[in-house]
Design a protein around this ligand. Structure first.
Ligand code: PEP
Ligand code: MG
Length: 588
């Protein structure tokens, strides 16, 4: 049964329009207890067959996933699926399920649930941390098989057409695994524009919305058709033909504008009165380097190295990291590549392979804190790889989640030790790394004048700066309405940061999501930011905005915005300038 036509307003987090049928997502990490139905003895054989068919399908999906990750990441990230594949065929595990069906006359679902819970409990009781983690692998694999036992197939398989995923949540690591050839976009309950799932969606060019009503996924079936508008956050369920046509035209118009703007990639991103703003790309996975080059970016303004560490069983070692950084540097030629040291924590990479669970991970041992305290080994390995990679290009390194000057001094000390160590080992390396800090805590922004003499650059991470200044969890859709980068408090922190940089002759970039928001670009330019770093797909639009305005107008607008009392007034001033000089980019 399909639903009647209905419109739902959610929160837009990744632009674009998707039109297609629904794929309901079931979280693999939650293995729900099925009803313990008993079989009639005559049903045993067909139930065993059903289990074996689901097992076979799971094997196929996992092999596909492993191959896809191998092709993408040329690393051991695929290991995790290798381990899952072994579990699918594990004799003890499979034997226990078969016994449950054959001897206890349980349905395949219940027998599978029981076997998974039994083995998960055994692993969880082990002392070795590595083996304890395998407990969640068992549940993960069982949940996949369970999906394949039921009608609700999961998102990687058997689809003959591309679908729109609708579900409760998608973690960054699940999003990284989505097969773009089978997924049109997604609508989930949890998240916000700056959560890492949304950041990945933009990088994968998948339209996405968050904040859907919790009951929506359950109320839809594969027969329902959706329009998902990643510009406005609207979802239209089973649209009529006229509405669908209107959205198809909107998608075409957006595509045509994008193609037109792409033709301008060789043009300098400078204001009409000749001030150049560097436009750089944010990169999450190294294989996207080609997209970066095609976008006309002046280099990589933020390489989020967390994704090198995601979906794998082993931490990447120094040689593997060296290889990745070297390849990026070589591919970027003279252009700068800013590599951010591992920013574990918050909504990223909370696997206990890296850190213990915390009640408030956004306020916990995140980013540079982890490297300086509990996991010095991770920081040192990464810095050694970076010192060695530096000889291959224009490398800059930046530190995430900095909140006190001591942290920078500590990293400098470690760098000195590592340099001496590499000398002793006779390994080639740069003698000095260009070092910057992310300005993403209010403390760092307020003390920018103390940080500036110690570093070579600042990069303002507005995603976190807004989170910590406004006291809102960036992954919580219920406070997403408070995510306002034009809030006067944020503008004031940016102003102070730029001022401190100017007085110390260092440069400032903005690498948070706001750098790609054309309505806000006049304020960033007018406040004196030198570089904007964003997903490659956003560069053409921002270039057009910059080339259409003068620095004089942008500065005037920014000064006025700084005097505003609330974010909407400041945004209105900025948007008015874009509307005057480049209305075409606001018309989507
Ligand atoms: C930021 O906080 O703005 C930023 C760019 O870093 P991340 O989104 O990875 O936390
Ligand atoms: Mg951040």
């Amino acid at each position: 049964m399909t639903q009647p036509t209905q419109t739902i307003q959610a929160i837009a987090v990744s632009p674009g329009i998707a039109i297609g049928r629904v794929l309901r997502l079931r979280s693999h990490s939650h293995l729900l207890e099925p009803e313990p139905h008993k079989l009639e003895p005559g049903e045993v054989e067909s139930e065993l067959n059903r289990f074996h068919a689901a097992q076979e399908l799971t094997r196929k999906q996992l092999t596909e996933l492993r191959e896809r990750l191998r092709a993408r990441l040329n690393s051991q990230d695929a290991d995790i699926f290798e381990a899952h594949l072994l579990l699918v065929d594990d004799k003890m595990f499979v034997g226990a399920v078969e016994k449950g069906i054959r001897e206890d006359l349980y349905t395949a679902d219940y027998a599978l649930y029981q076997a998974a819970e039994h083995f998960a409990a055994v692993f969880n009781g082990m002392e070795d941390e590595y083996l304890r983690e395998r407990g969640s692998d068992i549940r993960d694999v069982a949940a996949r098989i369970m999906d394949n036992l039921s009608e609700a197939h999961n998102h990687e398989i058997g689809l003959d057409d591309r679908r729109i995923i609708v579900g409760s949540s998608l973690s960054p690591s699940e999003t990284a695994q989505l097969d773009q050839s089978k997924v049109l976009g997604f609508a989930v309950e949890t998240g916000s524009a700056t959560c890492h799932t949304a950041i990945l969606a933009r990088s994968m060019k998948l339209p996405a919305v968050v904040g859907i009503p919790p009951e929506l996924p359950e109320s839809l079936s594969a027969a329902d058709k959706l329009i998902l508008d990643g510009y406005t956050g609207k979802i239209i369920i089973n649209p009529d033909a006229r509405t669908e046509e209107a959205y198809r035209l909107k998608a075409e118009a957006a595509g045509a504008l994008y193609n037109k703007l792409e033709q301008e990639k060789a043009l300098r991103p400078e204001t009409t009165d000749g001030f150049m703003i560097q436009l750089a790309a944010n990169l999450d996975t190294p294989e996207k380097i080609d997209e970066v080059r095609q976008s006309g970016a002046c280099g990589i303004g933020l390489f989020r190295t967390e994704y090198l560490f995601m979906n794998r069983l082993k931490v990447p070692d120094e040689e593997e990291q060296l290889d990745v950084y070297k390849n990026l540097l070589v591919a970027s030629g003279e252009h700068p590549v800013i590599v951010r040291t591992l920013d574990v924590g918050g909504d990223k990479l909370n696997s206990n392979l890296y850190r213990a669970a915390e009640q408030n991970p956004f306020l916990g041992l995140r980013g540079i804190r982890l490297g300086l305290h509990e996991r010095r080994d991770l920081l040192e390995t990464q810095l050694r790889a970076l010192l060695r990679a530096g000889i291959y290009g224009n490398l800059r390194v930046m530190l995430p989640m900095v909140s006190s000057v001591q942290e920078v001094q500590d990293v400098r000390e470690i760098l000195d030790q590592l340099t001496a160590q590499l000398d002793r080992e006779g390994k080639e390396h740069v003698s000095r790394l260009s070092l910057g800090v992310m300005i993403e805590t209010p403390a760092a922004a307020l003390l920018a004048d103390r940080f500036a003499p110690l570093v070579d650059f600042f990069s303002i991470g507005t995603n976190d700066l807004v989170q910590y200044t406004m006291a809102i969890d960036r992954s919580n859709e219920r406070v997403a309405y408070l995510y306002r980068p034009t809030h006067p408090a944020i503008l004031e922190l940016i102003r102070r940061t730029v001022e401190a940089a100017r007085q110390n002759n260092i440069w400032v970039s903005v690498c948070g999501q706001v750098a790609a928001e054309v309505r806000v670009v006049p304020l960033l330019v007018g406040l004196g930011v030198h570089e904007l770093s964003m997903p490659p797909a956003s560069i053409p639009m921002v270039r057009r905005a910059i080339r259409s305005m003068s620095m004089h107008e942008a500065e005037k607008t920014a000064q006025e915005a700084l005097r505003c009392s609330n974010s909407s007034d400041a945004l209105a001033l900025s948007e008015a300038l874009v509307r005057r000089c480049a209305p075409e980019i606001l018309n989507i």
